[in-house]
Structure formats: structure tokens, C-alpha cells
Design a protein around this ligand. Structure first.
Ligand code: NAD
Length: 521
């Protein structure tokens, strides 16, 4: 770290910081194995969305601190890349055990900073934990290929090698899962890492970093910096950083994709979504209704795989009454309260934006069949929370702003189509391609849907088809930029480059030189 940085080897990421004394703790940087206080005077408040209390303050990491983090990662790389993959895997084995041990603590932090319910927060951690478990098998995942005797006495083999320093830039909605999509795969492949958590809820990423260090990750292998677009631009521009994983909005994602690509970096960029469900008249009613309610309103609609648009083949009328009943029964409250189904949205600005998209929909002709702006203004004990109740707009058409924009709130849109073909056409005309589901008891309809739908993650009677880590997260169209997806085989390919070796072991004595293009003999 640069001279003048207050380094506290024994103070950790989450304990109270010595400065400033009377206000909430400042989140630290992690540089070269030390949790260090940032010298930056600028910081952003991390606000509990249920109470508006300031949970902590995130510094805007200074340029010197950023450079120190990159240089720590660069310094740690030669030794880490040569550490046997079995040793790297063993650290992940310990890491997954520690995540399980601290699951409740992590979930509490996520609920305090992000707002989701404790149970949902546990799911957030668990879906990330699965990626760590997957990384425990890196020796097999990273295996190369070998062809003996490609020509007489010549063998060719390929090796997957780490890239160097890699970076991850995270969104607010999964404070544990998304950092865990990134650095465990990156570092177990032998890279060193710079992580930038979301400035809205960095706590879980800091706790995970502590656990990774406790698991034995050597100093400098994982570093953490904070901030917003300036830190992001530094990541894009720094020639020492070879690859960037990004998850978040299209505005940020496409900016990062272009800026980092101009510097020759590889980027995987998972972005926004508008996930549709097509509901066929023959769909099994109970299961479909539960799926729509859970996937539409779970996590207050702040999941990139939330089902935000239901297209009813044959009209929505016959479904409306029952959906309204189930959505109305959901309990809106602070995430820490037992029995809560959905907590607040992340910020006051997010709430205002969501409410204005609802109003815009109504003004342009949508029929509000359930209005969560009214029912949830008052949540007893949490009067300052950013609550919006489940909201349903029916008769939505594709020219409405509420349809064109990703709402990212507890709002479900109902559309109609006369036939499966027309429903598929609606989905395929949407610019996003993260996920799409069909609810039907007809194998013929399901197969047609799977074949014709233009979305990267397809659910058949499954509302949020997020693949487990041995597959990849395969959003497409405007929901993804890059060509190697997160985790699974593609994730390992993203974090490694191929070296192809051709070796010759034969007695060449007495042969003359040939200048012709060598061909396989
Ligand atoms: P966001 O884009 O505002 O922020 C994501 C990250 O980018 C943050 O670390 C932030 O500091 C940085 N950032 C924000 N604006 C920037 C800018 N103009 N230039 C450079 N960096 C910038 O996203 P968010 O609000 O935190 O997350 C919600 C979005 O993430 C939604 O669109 C959601 O669909 C998407 N998301 C997608 C997936 C997926 O896998 N496809 C998963 C989760 C979330």
C-alpha cells in the first residue's frame, strides 16, 4: 500500500473503524491481505431500505489505493499461478465450509443492507456457495487436451492457464451470490483478483473476503476496492487487468464492455432483463399461480430472473381473481420480521421510479388490478421503509413504457395473445433475452416454445430457471455481452487462456532441412 495508508493488520473488514469516530463504521479496502482504512474523504452511505438508518459508509477508493490494490494482485500472481491446483481447491473446500458456518451472519447483513427477507438472503448466499463448491473441482474443470502422434514423433497438448489480474464489478441485488459467481472461479483458476462490490450493499462481499482469507487465500490474491463509475473506469483502463466480470444494468454494462474491450480486455457482462412467462390455457392452475406470484414478487421483483411479464394465451381474465387473491395475501414488511414475503426496494429513488412506471402504465391505458402503492404505504414500525406492495397491471401492450423498461420492482404485467405463435412473437420482439418460461401440460407446446423462443434461459413449468453452476448462466440478446458466460465450462474458459504445446521426441540425426511448409506425416 502507498505510504500514509493506515494499515491495521488485526482489524477486520467489518469491525468499527477508528475514523470517523462518532458515525457509522467505514467499510475498508482490502489490499495485499490487509483490511485498510481508505484515506478518501468522500464516501457513500449504505442505507437500510426498511428503516433509512445508515448501516455503514463506503469510501470512494482513491486512485493511489486502487493502484496499490492492482499492484498487490500483480505481485501475488506469479506465486499463486504456480500453487498446485489441488492446494487452490483445498482453500475453496475450507471456504465453502466457512460460508456455511457464517450463513446466518451473512444473511443478516444482506437483509440489513439490501432489504430482502432473511430466508431469501440465505438463498442468496446458498446460490453463491454452490459456485464455491463447484470451484472445488477445478483440477478436472481446467483440464487440457492431448493428442498423441499428430505427426510421427510429435504430440500436441493444450493447457488452460490463468490470465493474470482479473476484476469483478457487482450489482446491489445479490450481495453474496454475485461476488461468488466471480472471484472463486477466477482465483481457483490461478488468477489474482480485484473485486468492486456494489456501493449500495458491500457488507456481504467484505464478510466473504474475510472468510476467504481465513480459508487460507494468500495475501494479495483477492483485493477489494470501492466506489462508483470512477473506480469502474480505473478498472477498465488499467493495463494490468486482463479480464472483467460485470453484472448490473445495461447502461453500466455496455459502457464497461466497450471501454474495457478498447483496452484489449475480455469482458463477460450480464445485464438487464424483462422475463416473460407464457401461460397456456391447459396449464396446471395451482402450480402456475404459485409460480407467477413467487417469481413476480419474490425479492420485491429485484431479481434479474424475476418474472415480470405474464402473457396469457386466451386472455388473463380467468386467472385474475385467483392471482389477486394470492398476491394480496403476501406479507409486505421488513426483511427481518418473521413471515415476511417481500421487503422494501433498495432506495427511495428506486421506489419513486417504480411508482412512476406504474403510473405511466395506467396513464397509457393499462388496467391496474392490484395497486401496491396504496396498500403498503404504511408498514407498522417501519414507516420510513421503501415499501411497494405487489402490483398487477393488465391489458399491457408493447408500446407502453412500463413494458419497454425493466421495472425491477414488485410489478407483474399481464398481456394477451390469441395463440402460442403470437405469444412467442411478443417474447422474441423484446430486446432482452435473460429468461423465459412456459406453463403448460402439453409437451407439444413446450417443445415448440423451447425451440422457437429467443431467450438464453428457458423454463418449462419452472418460473426462474437459473442454472446450477455445472451449467452456465446463459442470458442472451441485450441481457448479455461477451461470449463466455458466467460459471460452468464457459466460466472456466473465461478465466483461462489456452496454450497449445507441440513436442517432438525423435531422432532427427542425418536429416536435411526442408523449407517447405511442414505438413503432418
Ligand atoms: P448498476 O448498473 O447501477 O450497478 C452495477 C455496478 O456498476 C455497480 O458496482 C456500480 O457501482 C457500477 N455502475 C453503475 N453505474 C455505472 C456507470 N454509469 N458507469 C460505470 N459503472 C457504473 O446495477 P444495479 O442497480 O446495482 O443492479 C440492477 C441491475 O442489474 C438490473 O438491471 C438487473 O437486471 C441487473 N442484474 C443482472 C443480472 C444478470 O445476471 N443478468 C443479475 C443481477 C442483476
Amino acid at each position: 500500500p502507498p505510504a500514509g495508508l493506515a494499515i491495521s493488520r488485526f482489524s477486520t473488514a467489518t469491525e468499527a473503524s477508528p475514523i470517523p469516530t462518532s458515525s457509522p463504521r467505514r467499510v475498508k479496502n482490502l489490499i495485499g491481505g490487509e483490511f485498510v482504512e481508505s484515506q478518501s474523504e468522500a464516501s457513500i452511505d449504505v442505507i437500510n431500505p426498511a428503516t433509512q438508518e445508515v448501516v455503514s459508509r463506503v469510501p470512494l477508493t482513491t486512485s493511489d489505493e486502487f493502484k496499490a490494490a492492482v499492484s498487490a494482485a500483480k505481485k501475488a500472481f506469479p506465486q499463486w499461478r504456480n500453487t498446485p491446483v489441488t492446494s487452490r481447491q483445498r482453500i475453496m473446500l475450507k471456504f465453502q465450509e466457512l460460508i456455511r458456518r457464517d450463513m446466518d451472519k451473512l444473511a443478516m447483513n444482506i437483509t440489513a443492507e439490501q432489504g430482502k427477507t432473511l430466508k431469501d438472503a440465505q438463498g442468496d448466499v446458498f446460490r453463491g456457495l454452490e459456485v464455491v463448491e463447484h470451484a472445488c473441482g477445478m483440477a478436472s474443470l481446467q483440464m487440457g487436451e492431448y493428442v498423441a502422434n499428430v505427426s510421427h514423433g510429435i504430440d500436441t497438448y493444450s493447457i488452460r492457464e490463468p490470465l493474470g489480474v482479473c476484476a469483478g464489478i457487482c450489482p446491489f441485488n445479490f450481495p453474496a451470490m454475485i461476488p461468488l459467481w466471480m472471484f472463486p472461479i477466477g482465483v481457483t483458476c490461478g488468477n489474482t483478483y480485484i473485486l468492486k462490490p456494489s456501493e449500495k450493499d458491500p457488507g456481504a462481499a467484505m464478510m466473504l473476503a474475510e472468510l476467504a482469507m481465513e480459508a487460507g487465500l494468500p495475501d494479495g490474491v483477492l483485493n477489494i476496492v470501492h466506489g462508483t463509475y470512477e473506480t469502474v473506469n480505473s478498472i477498465c483502463d488499467d493495463d494490468n487487468i486482463k479480464a472483467i466480470s460485470f453484472v448490473g444494468s445495461n447502461t453500466a454494462g455496455m459502457h464497461i464492455y466497450a471501454r474495457a474491450a478498447a483496452k484489449g480486455k475480455r469482458v463477460q457482462s450480464n445485464m438487464g432483463a424483462k422475463n416473460h412467462a407464457i401461460i397456456m390455457p391447459d396449464a396446471s392452475a395451482d402450480a402456475t399461480l404459485n409460480a407467477l406470484v413467487a417469481a413476480g414478487f419474490g425479492a420485491a421483483g429485484q431479481r434479474c430472473m424475476a418474472l415480470s411479464t405474464a402473457v396469457f394465451v386466451g386472455g388473463s381474465k380467468s386467472w385474475e381473481e385467483e392471482i389477486i387473491k394470492r398476491a394480496t395475501a403476501l406479507k409486505v414488511n421488513a426483511g427481518v420480521e418473521p413471515g415476511t414475503d417481500l421487503g422494501p426496494v433498495i432506495s427511495r429513488q428506486a421506489k419513486e421510479r417504480i411508482c412512476s412506471l406504474i403510473q405511466g402504465g395506467i396513464d397509457s391505458g393499462a388496467r391496474v388490478v392490484l395497486d401496491g402503492r396504496k396498500s403498503c404505504v404504511h408498514v407498522s414500525g417501519y414507516e420510513n421503509g421503501n415499501f411497494i406492495g405487489p402490483t398487477i397491471l393488465a391489458d399491457v401492450t408493447n408500446d407502453m413504457e412500463c413494458y419497454k423498461e425493466e421495472i425491477f420492482g414488485p410489478v407483474l404485467l399481464f398481456m394477451q395473445a390469441d395463440s402460442l405463435d403470437k405469444a412467442i412473437n411478443i417474447v422474441n420482439s423484446n430486446k432482452y433475452g435473460n429468461g423465459a418460461s412456459i406453463f403448460t401440460t402439453s409437451g407439444v407446446a413446450a417443445r415448440k416454445f423451447q425451440n422457437e423462443i429467443e431467450a438464453g434461459q428457458v423454463g418449462i413449468n419452472v418460473p426462474i430457471p437459473v442454472p446450477l453452476p455445472f451449467f452456465s448462466f446463459t442470458g442472451s440478446k441485450a441481457s448479455f455481452a461477451g461470449d463466455l458466460n458466467f460459471y460452468g465450462k464457459a466460466g472456466v474458459q473465461f478465466y483461462t487462456q489456452i496454450k497449445t504445446v507441440t513436442q517432438q521426441w525423435k531422432d532427427l540425426a542425418g536429416q536435411s532441412a526442408s523449407l517447405a511448409m511442414p505438413t503432418s506425416q
